[in-house]
Design a protein around this ligand. Structure first.
Ligand code: PLP
Length: 370
């Protein structure tokens, strides 16, 4: 099998697996005060410290969650009780739905459009920025297109026009590529980095307006109750450390793979979504006009290739991508494929994809005509 769907979930890495296994041998509940509990608390706090130092924040700012979705929801819910929440049209459903929930409870939210290039429209963001705004949430890079968002410019604009507003970025796909400017609350997710599914974190300053989404024992600054997933936290810290250590080398290798996928796609009449803008090296998103999505995926699947037609949440069920809609992509029939790579991707896998694409695309063009 050729796995090109790292953006949906990355395989468990050796580093994260070893850290996770070692941590599972420490048995106590990290909230218990006996020796076993203290031992567990100690490795939990080590993991928290490690993540904090890797991201240049205080350990107290690291709130462990079950993943990116929960961290995104936490990031939106509190600020939404304080004022208007602005978020971009290409946010992950975890942000969009959290904003919808807040709006149903009487909060005010507003969607900021993106340009056809796939980048947040800074002019459109400037317009609603006033003293009523409590939060601006824009992802660091999009999970479908891979397009990197202008976080530094957004920060400057918000500082100028709505200095009271908080900043949040969903960096689930981007944290191992991009350095997030100071001042942003940050969402990260373990399983995109090689840690197991079920762990993530919201990095939020002590005075970030958080509210608990569920009641319980009051763990994690009283906003994320539930027995803490210590082994998951340890694995997340190890995976993040590993990802950041490999950052430059990985960017170089994966950008080269991406260029090969783009060239092979263009030779078949495909094109990359968005404009000539900075992108994550590990995500290559290509549109094939006049192709039937299911036939194209099936064609690649027959060649043993696993990739995605959209974001992880809509994989398996074809529906037009809200991200492409937001970018104004207006083909009658098309398939957008997302190839995402990672640590274990190698040249022979890219060669196999390049060899399989013509047959699959031709089959999908025929299927679209019938
Ligand atoms: N945000 C982005 C940008 C994502 O790509 C994903 C997962 O696909 C999430 C949030 C949700 O993360 P998790 O699966 O850890 O809940």
């Amino acid at each position: 099998m050729i796995y090109l769907d790292y953006a949906a979930t990355a395989p468990l890495s050796d580093v994260a697996k070893a850290a996770w296994l070692e941590a599972t041998s420490v048995q106590g509940n990290a909230s218990a005060i006996h020796g076993a509990g203290r031992a567990s608390r100690s490795i939990l706090e080590d993991a928290r410290e490690k993540i904090a130092s890797l991201l240049g924040v205080d350990a107290a700012e690291v709130i462990f969650t079950s993943g990116g979705t929960e961290a995104d929801n936490l990031a939106i819910a509190g600020p939404a009780t304080k004022g208007t929440v602005l978020y971009s049209a290409i946010e992950h459903p975890a942000i969009q739905e959290a904003a919808d929930i807040a709006a149903r409870s009487g909060g005010t939210t507003r969607v900021i459009p993106v340009t056809p290039d796939g980048v947040v429209d800074l002019n459109a963001l400037a317009d609603p920025l006033d003293e009523s705004v409590a939060l601006v949430s824009v992802m660091a890079a999009n999970n479908e297109s891979g397009i990197i968002q202008p976080l530094a410019e957004i920060k400057d604009l918000v500082a100028e026009k709505a200095p009271q507003a908080r900043l949040h970025t969903d960096a689930v796909q981007a944290i191992s590529t991009i350095t997030i400017p100071d001042g942003y609350a940050i969402t990260i997710s373990g399983h995109k980095l090689g840690a197991p599914v079920g762990i993530g974190a919201l990095i939020a300053a002590r005075d970030y307006p958080l509210i608990a989404l569920e009641g319980g024992g009051g763990q994690e600054r009283k906003v994320r109750s539930g027995t803490i997933n210590v082994a998951g936290a340890v694995a997340l810290a190890a995976a993040l450390e590993d990802a950041l250590a490999k950052k430059e080398e990985k960017a170089r290798v994966l950008a080269n793979f991406s260029a090969q996928i783009v060239a092979a796609s263009e030779a078949l009449g495909g094109y990359r979504s968005g404009g000539d803008v900075p992108r994550l090296p590990h995500i290559t998103h290509v549109i094939f006009p006049g192709t039937d999505p299911e036939a194209l995926l099936l064609g690649l699947d027959m060649a043993g290739i696993s990739c995605s037609t959209g974001s992880a949440c809509s994989a398996g069920v074809y529906r037009p991508s809200t991200v492409l809609e937001a970018m104004g992509v207006a083909e009658d029939t098309y398939t957008a494929l997302r190839f995402s790579t990672g640590d274990s991707t190698n040249q022979s896998e890219i060669d196999a994809l390049v060899a399989a694409l013509p047959g699959a695309v031709n089959m999908a063009r025929k299927a679209a005509r019938t």
